[in-house]
Design a protein around this ligand. Sequence first.
Ligand code: SAH
Ligand code: SF4
Ligand code: F3S
Length: 467
Amino acid sequence: MVKQPNLENETQSLEYETVLRELKKELTPRGLKYHIESYGCQMNAHDSEKIAGLLTEMGFSAAENKEGADLLLFNTCCVREHAEKRVFGNIGALKKKKEANPGLMIGVCGCMMQQADVAPRLMRRFPFVNFVIGTNNLHELPLIMQRVLQGERPVGVSAQDKAPIVEGLPALRAPGVSASVNIMYGCDNYCSYCIVPYVRGRERSREKTAILDEVRELAQNGYSEITLLGQNVNSYCGGGAAFANLLRYVNDIDGIKRIRFMTSHPKDLSDELIEALGELPAVCCHLHLPVQSGSDAILTQMNRRYTRSHYLNLVEKLRAKKPELELTTDIIVGFPGETEQDFEDTLLLMKQVGFSAAFTFMYSPRTGTKAASLPGQIDEKTKKDRLLRLNALQEEQTRQTNQKYIGKVEEVLVEGSDNRRDTPMIYGRLSCFKMVYFPGNPDKIGQYLPVRILEAHANTLLGEMAT
Ligand code: SAH
Ligand code: SF4
Ligand code: F3S
């Protein structure tokens, strides 16, 4: 089941399959339950689905909550410093639990484990952690679990230059209508603040046929919305044109009604891709296009390799092709050397573009990245102050972009239900990614329904079924 492209890996995969079968026989009668705590981005969230798939094949089932789990797995992120502190804190807090229940297995995986020295440090500091597994080693989970069950404390973390593309891992996706699919792994961009290239390794694209087979299978299983994942999808197999072609193929798959993708890097957003966004009916009316800063001086220091005017020009071209397109973005404040004027340039760019939402971050120095040793590190107070000002402006803009929808009838893909209110409510997203709540019953989950938008709140819209 676990398929890898070359012969050596093919042999390895057979070994995993044998181990998987043995574990299944051994573990199924024990009725063990797992719980995965996932941090970070969609890439990690999707890795958690693959881990869940493998654990299911081994005979585990999902626990209802972490209290009921026999295996607790932390899928870590290290993009910002606080993420790391939180994980170490949460693992440390398990000491008593493990003393009370020595059978509890604790594993740690994810990007943080790929950082030099973190895995050995973690194993030393928390002797009750049973195993560590890296982002490139997910397919080795059966072997690792076998060793854990034999009482060992294995650490399976491969160096980034030994990062294979492993096809065929059995992802266990949340039941529903929306599914994520990796199209590439790693990142070669080396934005000067970012740790991802160091922990996720070099950029590798999956074979087009493997991606399309996976999407076809998902469509046959009722998933009609697909999110294509990569750190920079615009450089899939070497360029925006290649990604545009991939979008065309996915668009043509029967049963696929909505295509989303993330993340797009502005330096690689080609005219072919803009063309495809305008033309392809399944491609959603939303683009996440991180700008990071509105100042050319800071963009240069960030090694983003585009200018403010290039970004604004892209926005203009995109809106010319798809006028109703909603844009969202990521912004970092307090990057080393950021002056008040640089920051005001970011505020101004935000006003010029009118993003429908922004993920905003205070710059967090990451050891080993270029920006961590740049002069002009900004103090916490200034960073916080800028973040508050940025968020206040974005809230205002989100409200404005929400207002546009009042009175309109838009199609919602129903994702879930919320029974906490007097009237049973269901919710889902518009093509433009805005979330809409409206009265309805859970039997509507999975359907595309026309909804009249009645009210705009800070982060959501409120409506009623239009038929
Ligand atoms: N490949 C994607 C996602 C990268 S991580 C992209 O390029 O957009 C998601 C976001 O985290 C980034 O867009 C950036 O805004 C933020 N980020 C990354 N490193 C950071 C750091 N050291 N400090 C603060 N924010 C950071
Ligand atoms: Fe990090 Fe830049 Fe790569 Fe995104 S494109 S993952 S911000 S290095
Ligand atoms: Fe975090 Fe890794 Fe994603 S560092 S943001 S989980 S790629």
